[in-house]
Structure formats: C-alpha cells, structure tokens
Design a protein around this ligand. Sequence first.
Ligand SMILES: O=C(O)CCC(=O)C(=O)O
Length: 243
Amino acid sequence: MKQEDVVREYREQGFVHLPKFYSSEKLAQIRAALERYNREVVPGLPESDVVYEADGQAIRNCWRMHTHDPFFAELHQDERLQTLIAELVNGTPLCLGVETFNKPAKVGSGVPPHQDNAYFCQEPPDVLTVWVAMDDVTPENGPVHYLSGSHLRGLREHTPSGVKGNSFGLAEAVDEESASAALLKQGDILIHHCQTIHFSAPNISDHPRLGLLLVFRGAHTEDSPEMKDAYHRARALMESSPS
Ligand SMILES: O=C(O)CCC(=O)C(=O)O
C-alpha cells in the first residue's frame, strides 16, 4: 500500500489495515520474545503491569513492556515503522506504550466500546496504536471492531466499565452492527487513531488471538488537564463502586 493511501484511509476512517507488514522471520522473533517475557519477566512484574483473565491463570494484558525489557524498548524504534507513522501523528513519533491484548482461546474476555484517548488524555489527539496480529484474527476469535469516522467527532464521555484491564467504556451505547471487524493474518498490522471507537468480543473459540500493541504520540502532544480530571473522576467512581 502506498504511503499516500495509508494516510488517506487513516484520516478518513480512523484506522487502516496494512497486510504483511512483518515477515514470518521477524514475527517468529517477536513471538519468541513474548514467550520469554511471559516466562521470565511477568512473574516479577508489579500488579499494575499485568492483568489476568477470570481463571487467574491466562494473561489478559501486559502493560508498559518497553520499560521492562530491552527487546520491546527497541521494537518501536524500527525505522520503517517510524517513517510510516510520523505523518499520521503529525510529528516525531514517541513511544507511549508497548502492551498485549492476549485474548487467549476459550477464556479471552471482551473489550467494551471506548476511545483510547479517554485513557491517554493527549491534546491534540495525535496518538495512534499499531496493533500487530501475532495470530490470524477471524470472526470467531474476537476481532477488534472499529466505527469508521468516529475519530472525527471528538472525545465522548466515558464511565467505569467494571471490566478488568479496560476500566472505561463509552457512556452512550454504540451501533455495534455498523462496525467493521479487523480480520487479519499473522504479520499484518492495523493502525488506529486514539479517538476511533472500537471494541472486541470474548474469544470462545479454540484459537488464541494475540495482539501486540505499539502506541505512539507525536512529540508535540501534551497532557490535557481537563481530560485528566475527567479520567481521575471516573477512576475515583470506579474505586468506590462495590464491584
Ligand atoms: O485487542 C483488543 O481486543 C482491543 C484492543 C484495544 O482496545 C485497544 O487497542 O485499545
């Protein structure tokens, strides 16, 4: 896909799919690093940086992986990636996070509709996520669904969702039927804007659906005090709720 087409689709839809971004060799290297991370790094992580599924065994998310492991601190510095996204974040890309949404077979939980900027609180919203498909993503194993064009309509109100690992969801209901499912092959990437509404269903299939997420902001973005206030108010509500 040509850079101009990537930029156009990203700006119009708020997401863009780039097939075969990583070779099978590179993907095998990333997979080996993820397996090593789960084995060697996860047991020593603070509670804030790993979330488990309801069975207490399967990993749901790892957060801030770039701060815990040199492999993930380097992955986002890849020149091809940096060149690709600089235009999308309207400036020099800085890493805001490296994380996983593991969505393990059978027990992988769903993600409520949300906009990432409810968590990131950045202004201007020149922030995006590169979602790397480590497995084939099918209609059965919990693909991410996106509402095309929703990034153009500002940040909506979010309230506590009660979902471990995704504490906020949109306050209003969304028309889930009109969303596009991101069906991907291993090695594909999907780039989404931080104000694109998205969600995913639980994985009740026999097949895992591991996503590795690299989050970038333009170097010029800043914390918005108003958005941070709303974030802290919602968190306080969550901490005081009986669930
Ligand atoms: O991978 C998923 O199922 C959800 C990803 C997501 O919510 C995100 O990128 O913010």
